[in-house]
Design a protein around this ligand. Structure first.
Ligand SMILES: *Cc1c(COP(=O)(O)O)cnc(C)c1O
Length: 339
C-alpha cells in the first residue's frame, strides 16, 4: 500500500471512483528525543518528535494535498490555486504535477524561504507575486478562485484537514496510545484543527493540545488579528488565521493552551534539535519545542507522554540555517592541521 489514502481509506472521504494522486506521503518517523527530555527536566523516553519533514516535499502539507488533489481530479477541476508562505505552494506544485493539473500559487512577495520557492518553480507552478503579507495573498487567491472556478487547496479546503488528521492516527499507532500532551506550531491553524479531529475520531484518551505562535504573529493569543505579523519563522507569519475556531476548540476541548514564543526562543529550539537530536527542521517547526522548553523553565512541566510535531524540513530555509554560528577554518596545504 502506498500513501495515506491507501492506508486510511475507510476513514477518508474517497470512493472506488476517486483517482488517487500520491507521492507516498505520511508514515513519518516518531523519534524518541532523550536530550530534549533531559533539557526540559522530563523523564527519559517520555518525549517524542513527529518529524513531518520526512514527507515527500518536506512538510506535513503533503498529507492534506494527496486528498485535496485526488478530489480535485475526481471533480474535473480546471486547476488548483493557493496562497502560501511556501510549503503549501511546494506541495500543491508537486501533487498537481503528478495529477497533470494547472497550479497557480499566490506568494507574499519576499516572504517565502528559498527552498520552497525552488520547489514551486521546479514543479511548474505558475507564480503570482502579491505585494503584501500572507493574509493579503490569501484574500486575493480566494477572490480569484471564486471568480474563475479553480479549486482552492488552502486549508479552507476540507479535504486538506481530512488528510492531515491521519498524522494523529500514526502517532497513536506508534505509541500504542494517545500522548498526554502534544506541542506544535500554529499559523493558519489548520494543522492543530486536523490533529484534534484525528484524535477525536479515534475515541479514547486524547492529548492536551499545546499550540505555539510566534510572539510577533500571535493573533490567537492576543484575541485579535495582527495587521503586520513579524517573525523569522515565515511558515507561521500569519496575522488572521483561517482555522481560528478549530484551533480554539482544540485548545478548549482538550484542556490545552495556545501561547506565544519569541523568535529567540524559536531559534534556540531549532538549533538544539539539529545539534542535540540530529533533527533538522525549519524554524517555524521548532515553535512547539520552544514552547515545551519555556514551560519547563517556568516550572510548568507536562506530566506523561509528550509529542512535539516538527512540521517541515530544515533544508526549506537555507538562509536562516546559514546564519547559525559554526566552527569553520581553512585548510592550508603543507601546514600541520590541528583537530
Ligand atoms: C503550514 C506550516 C505551519 C503552520 O500550520 P497551520 O496549519 O497553518 O497552523 C507550521 N510549520 C510549517 C513548516 C508549515 O509549513
Amino acid at each position: 500500500m502506498s500513501g495515506l489514502i491507501a492506508r486510511y481509506r475507510d476513514r477518508l472521504p474517497v470512493t472506488a471512483a476517486t483517482p488517487i494522486v500520491t507521492l507516498d506521503e505520511g508514515a513519518t518517523p516518531l523519534l524518541r528525543a532523550d536530550r530534549l527530555a533531559a533539557a526540559a527536566g522530563l523523564r527519559l523516553g517520555s518525549v517524542h518528535l513527529k518529524f513531518e519533514g520526512a514527507n515527500p516535499t518536506g512538510s506535513f502539507k503533503d498529507r492534506g494535498m494527496t486528498l485535496a488533489m485526488s478530489k480535485a481530479l475526481e471533480e474535473h477541476s480546471r486547476g488548483v490555486l493557493c496562497a502560501s508562505t511556501g510549503n503549501t505552494a511546494a506541495s500543491a506544485a508537486a501533487y498537481s504535477a503528478r495529477a497533470g493539473l494547472r497550479c497557480v500559487v499566490f506568494l507574499p512577495r519576499g516572504a517565502v524561504a528559498a527552498g520552497k520557492l525552488a520547489q514551486a518553480m521546479m514543479h511548474g507552478a505558475e507564480i503570482v507575486d502579491v505585494p503584501g503579507n500572507f493574509d493579503e495573498a490569501l484574500a486575493a487567491a480566494l477572490a480569484v478562485a471564486a471568480e474563475q472556478g479553480f479549486t482552492v487547496v488552502n486549508s479552507s479546503n476540507p479535504y486538506r484537514i481530512e488528510g492531515q488528521k491521519t498524522a494523529a492516527f500514526e502517532v497513536v499507532e506508534a505509541l500504542g496510545r494517545a500522548p498526554d500532551f502534544q506541542f506544535m506550531p500554529v499559523g493558519n491553524a489548520g494543522n492543530i484543527t486536523a490533529y484534534w479531529k484525528g484524535y477525536k475520531e479515534l475515541g479514547g484518551a486524547r492529548p492536551k493540545m499545546m499550540g505555539f505562535q510566534a510572539a510577533g504573529a500571535a493573533p490567537l493569543v492576543l484575541g485579535h488579528a495582527v495587521k503586520n505579523p513579524k517573525t523569522l519563522a515565515t511558515a507561521i507569519r500569519i496575522g488572521d488565521p483561517y482555522s481560528r475556531a478549530g484551533a480554539l476548540a482544540a485548545r478548549d476541548e482538550s484542556g490545552g493552551a495556545i501561547a506565544a514564543v519569541s523568535d529567540a526562543e524559536i531559534v534556540a529550539a531549532y538549533r538544539f534539535l539539529a545539534r542535540e537530536e540530529g533533527v533538522f527542521c525549519e524554524p517555524a517547526s521548532a515553535a512547539g519545542v520552544a514552547g515545551l522548553l519555556k514551560l519547563a523553565r517556568a516550572g510548568r512541566k507536562p506530566r506523561g507522554v509528550v509529542v512535539c510535531v516538527l512540521t517541515g524540513h530544515g533544508l526549506k530555509d537555507p538562509e536562516t540555517a546559514q546564519k547559525t554560528p559554526c566552527r569553520r577554518r581553512t585548510f592550508r596545504a603543507g601546514r600541520r592541521f590541528q583537530l
